[in-house]
Design a protein around this ligand. Structure first.
Ligand code: AHR
Length: 507
């Protein structure tokens, strides 16, 4: 071990203490028509790594490994000024438009058909956002008809003429994006949005009753509109929507590590508050319908802010600019791992969560013309997606605590556990302490017949360490395989500042 002081935390798990089955859509992600996410990211015609469609095969391979069930598209802020019809049909006839959200030029070379086709190759379903900023229910119902109606109508036949005989079958739709934000094209009051969302939802479901709809929650927990927004807009659209969205990005501008690593507690409070707000509206309405949460943007985002100001100042209306290209360090990976633990703790109400975003733009995967590499944050997302499927168990965890600038009673050790359908058990554990290794004394009496299989540790001595094209494996997990029978207790060591995956298998 590290030679640091050793402390102890304890964890009791029992398959009878279940939170909920984990909806695999918890491991979803997001690609916006922004920066180099699409152009130069997933789509790069002429690049030697691309196929005949222009899809980057090296990037597809990294995405497939993540097993991302759903990818949200095409925005984000972008969608609030987007005409979806601009990005269908013959490429040569597609209009070039100013994208006011990011002050860039959108060529529309890549659109709905390309994204649906590409998503199939990535092994993912599409979550499509409609524009409720500059547009409304008519454009919304038309795009549902275009995408999902089999044929014999204007929009569905246009899709077929454009090369897609079979419907795309998009099941998940977002009713706009961050509509209470002043940065949004067509910002709305809660009343304006609630009415617009309700009418759009109604007609979209009339076109295809099998779809599910996400209403925009307030764009952030700390927005002045938060809370009142949820209550008022849901009062207007509750019965016609299925999920409420949450968005949250964390920063560490003052390099306060203890406080930064505690930010997953804020995420937990945010989730619980939105659940309370939703259920208050449902209760007031005497509704039998229960709405769940779509945490469809979450991540760390701040490293690129200053750089972006300069890029935009120098390249007004540029194309495929390297915007929002945060280079993530080791401490970001620890927080992302902590946020995934929080999502698992709330698996009873959070049914969809999108790591924002997937390629180049605040992303776990970066590209250059030569190749692609995994940022530090790729690793916790990968392992939670791979092994965090099954039933989320309620961890009975005892850990020493600390206080930070914004948080009281922060446990040094945080953990979540998932029982897989194959009978496996996986513990995800974060050690937030920079001074102490922790022995995690796990009481696993309820899991007779399991054997310890693997301990994956993500750790680096330097919290500022990053992965780059030149040094892509600077921060990478280390895996220890071992086959040891359990006698009801297992005590792995969690190194100071580490994110861990501990797997137990049958037999
Ligand atoms: O993901 C980047 C941006 O963050 C999205 O476009 C917007 O929805 C949010 O503010």
């Amino acid at each position: 071990m590290s030679g640091k002081e050793m402390k102890t935390a304890s964890l009791i798990l029992d398959r009878d203490f279940a939170i909920a089955p984990v909806d695999e859509r918890l491991y979803s992600s997001f690609i916006e028509q922004l920066g180099r996410a699409v152009y130069g990211g997933i789509y790069d015609p002429g690049n030697s790594n691309s196929d005949e469609n222009g899809y980057r095969l090296d990037v597809l391979e990294k995405i497939r490994a993540l097993k991302v069930p759903v990818i949200r598209y095409p925005g984000g802020n972008f969608v609030s000024g987007f005409r979806w019809e601009d990005a269908i049909g013959p490429r040569a006839q597609r209009p070039r438009r100013l994208d006011l959200a990011w002050a860039t030029t959108e060529t529309n070379e890549f659109g709905l058909h390309e994204f649906c086709d590409w998503s199939t190759k990535a092994g993912s379903q599409v979550m499509y956002a409609v524009n409720l900023g500059t547009r409304g229910l008519d454009a919304a119902r038309n795009v549902v008809e275009y995408a999902n109606h089999p044929g014999g109508t204007y929009w569905s036949d246009l899709r077929r003429r454009n090369g897609a005989e079979a419907p795309f079958g998009i099941k998940l739709w977002c009713l706009g994006n961050e509509m209470d934000g002043p940065w949004q094209i067509g910002q709305k009051t809660a009343y304006e949005y609630g009415r617009a969302a309700n009418e759009a939802a109604k007609v979209m479901k009339w076109v295809d009753p099998s779809i599910e709809l996400v209403a925009c929650g307030s764009s952030a927990y700390d927005m002045p509109t938060f809370g009142a927004w949820e209550l008022e807009m849901l009062d207007l659209c509750y019965e016609n929507v299925d999920y409420v969205s949450l968005h949250r990005y964390y920063t560490n501008p003052t390099h306060d590590l203890k406080n930064f690593l505690a930010k997953s507690l804020d995420m937990d409070a945010f989730i619980k508050t939105v659940v309370a707000l939703i259920d208050a509206v449902g209760g007031k309405k005497h509704s039998h319908k229960k709405l769940n949460l779509s945490f469809d943007e979450w991540n760390v985002w701040y490293h690129s802010n200053e750089q972006d100001k300069q890029i935009q100042a120098e390249n007004h209306w540029g194309q495929s600019l390297p915007l929002l290209e945060d280079v993530y360090n080791f401490e970001d990976a620890l927080l992302v791992g902590g946020m995934l633990i929080t999502l698992l703790h709330n698996a009873d109400r959070v049914k969809i969560a999108c790591l924002a975003q997937l390629v180049n733009v605040i992303a776990p995967i970066m590209t250059s013309e030569r190749g692609c590499w995994a940022q530090t944050t790729y690793w916790p997302f990968l392992y939670t997606s791979l092994y965090g499927r099954g039933t989320s168990l309620r961890p009975i965890l005892k850990s020493p605590q600390y206080s930070s600038a914004e948080f009281d009673a922060v446990p040094f050790v945080d953990a979540a556990a998932v029982e897989g359908e194959d009978g496996s058990l996986t513990i995800f554990a974060l050690n937030r302490s920079s001074d102490s290794d922790f022995q995690l004394s796990c009481d696993l009496r309820a899991f007779a017949g399991l054997r310890f299989d693997t301990h994956i540790v993500l750790h680096h001595e330097d919290i500022a360490a990053t992965n780059t094209e030149a040094a892509p494996n600077t921060v990478a997990p280390v895996t220890r395989h071992e086959c040891a029978q359990l006698d009801g207790r297992f005590t792995p060591v969690l190194p100071a500042l580490s994110w861990n995956v501990i797997r137990f298998m049958k037999g």
